[in-house]
Design a binder for this molecule. Structure first.
Ligand code: GCU
Length: 469
């Protein structure tokens, strides 16, 4: 990619270790080397955007093109079709609620290059007692059955009898052991256990969602596109390029994960258990970036919970605090478009570039989500949601994006009936009144302590009462 772009050298990213000599900047007075942030409401030709129509017809498409071209990459026009198959349906229980868990594979047509297979793994879980279609939160992470339904007592008895018979055939002396312990059975039902609690003493996200009457879909990003540079010639990016390297303007892994989520949504739209007008997308850390990218591009998603997303996510690219653009152009270049590497170049045929040259910034990415439900979540640095993520830079972007929510007639980032523009609120004080929400919880690098706030907020905007099956 460096050859394709004519880059000879990249500036190295800073160290995350605060004791290292080349550690990242954590001095707020040095954090804004490029204080002029691109304006979501000024067209590239300098004209101001003053109406919703101008936003929808002119400015939004312009920003979408710029994010594709310079930051996340373009989805090629001929991405192979995905065909979804239900591999198994299990009747499970999450907490005290019966659920239907459907395991799915979305296989991409690989007739153009049979050496590459792409099988998107997604598991959909919906309450079995629902009276109608339910909202669903799609979550980036490992897929699979959350709580497999176990054999009945009678089935366990048969399994145990067969096992003992097999063991005795292998070692006849075991017959006496089994006779001496007639009540002992090797396999039995897992006793009911309460799940591991979150840092805030709350239930896991999946339990909270089901308790509240929602469904969820687990979608495995690695089954769409591997999380490493070597995988660029495999996965959906590699398959689309028939195993050849990508070109500088093509998609990186974040955009590929977002595309995969869109494919998952195509399936959800066919399932009558799902209220497909109310499907959200969620992720933490690198998947928090992917969730925000999904929401920004794919307007069919009604809401997003962006967990601890940092650079490449909600944090301003122009900020110099913690993780840097150079961290992305160096180590994790494959998350982004090849073109993005230019902004970390110190020596290249085009000279050198820096983060201030990027035509767009994260305030505009958040703005692309407007006026849909957008919740920006972080945790506490003291508990491990590292300063590296630049909470302040994400907050600045959120406040600036709010102007677009307001232009579109939404309440946006609102507290006490007023658009909120004050300083970043303290931990555990959310700004949760409008369609753009911010909350930093007191847990670590997770969004779980914010899940109950997200659910109450999203339920309010959907006009549904909590816990409703
Ligand atoms: C690193 C990386 C971040 C990323 C995080 C993660 O810290 O620098 O960009 O979000 O890993 O995904 O865990």
């Amino acid at each position: 990619m460096m050859q394709q772009l004519g880059i000879e050298a990249l500036r190295p990213g800073p160290s995350g270790d605060e004791h290292a000599p080349n550690h990242a900047n954590y001095d707020e007075s040095k954090a804004n080397p490029y204080p002029k942030i691109p304006d979501p409401l000024t067209m590239d030709n300098g004209q101001k955007v003053t109406t919703a129509a101008e936003w929808w017809h002119e400015r939004r498409p312009e920003l979408v093109r710029a994010f594709s071209r310079y930051v996340y990459g373009e989805v090629p026009t001929h991405v192979p079709q995905v065909h979804w198959t239900v591999t198994a349906v299990d009747h499970e229980r999450i907490g005290f609620r019966p659920v239907i868990a459907t395991d799915l594979i979305g296989e991409a047509d690989n007739s153009a290059d049979p050496a590459i297979t792409v099988k998107i793994h997604m598991t959909l879980v919906t309450p079995a007692d629902a009276k109608g279609p339910v909202p669903v939160l799609m979550m980036f992470g490992p897929a699979g059955f959350p709580s497999p339904h176990e054999p009945s007592a009678e089935e366990f008895a048969r399994i145990n009898a067969a096992w003992k018979k097999q063991m005795t055939a292998q070692d006849p002396s075991l017959e006496q052991v089994f006779a001496d312990h007639p009540a002992w059975e090797p396999f039995h039902a897992t006793p009911f256990r309460f799940p591991q609690m979150n840092a805030d003493g709350g239930l896991p996200n999946t339990w909270q969602l089901i308790n509240d009457g929602w469904g969820f879909a687990l979608i495995d990003p690695n089954s769409i596109q591997e999380d490493n540079g070597a995988g660029m010639r495999r996965g959906i990016i590699g398959l689309t390029n028939k195993g050849e390297p990508r070109t500088p303007e093509q998609w990186g892994a974040l955009r590929a994960w977002a595309w995969g989520a869109g494919q998952g949504l195509d399936y959800l739209k066919t399932d009558p258990a799902v209220d497909s007008k109310h499907v959200g997308i969620e992720g933490v850390s690198r998947y928090g970036k992917a969730a925000l990218v999904t929401m920004a591009y794919d307007q069919r998603f009604a809401m997003v919970l962006v967990g601890s997303s940092g650079k490449g996510g909600a944090t301003l690219l122009r900020r110099n605090f913690g993780e840097a653009v150079e961290s992305l152009t160096g180590g994790e270049y494959y998350w982004m478009a090849g073109n993005f590497m230019k902004y970390g170049a110190s020596k290249a045929k085009f000279g050198s570039r820096n983060p201030g040259d990027i035509p767009v910034d994260s305030n505009e990415l958040i703005a692309l989500c407007a006026p849909r439900l957008t919740f920006i979540s972080y945790g506490s640095p003291a508990k491990g949601d590292a300063k590296w993520l630049d909470h302040e830079g994400s907050y600045m972007a959120t406040v600036d994006a709010n102007r677009v929510f307001l232009l579109l007639g939404a309440k946006g980032l609102t507290m006490d009936g007023q658009p909120y523009t004050g300083p970043m609120p303290p931990i555990n004080k959310g700004i949760l009144d409008g369609q753009l929400a911010w909350r930093q919880h007191d847990g670590g690098h997770t969004d779980a302590p914010n899940m109950m706030y997200f659910l109450a907020w999203a339920d309010k905007w959907m006009g549904r009462s909590a816990g409703q099956p």
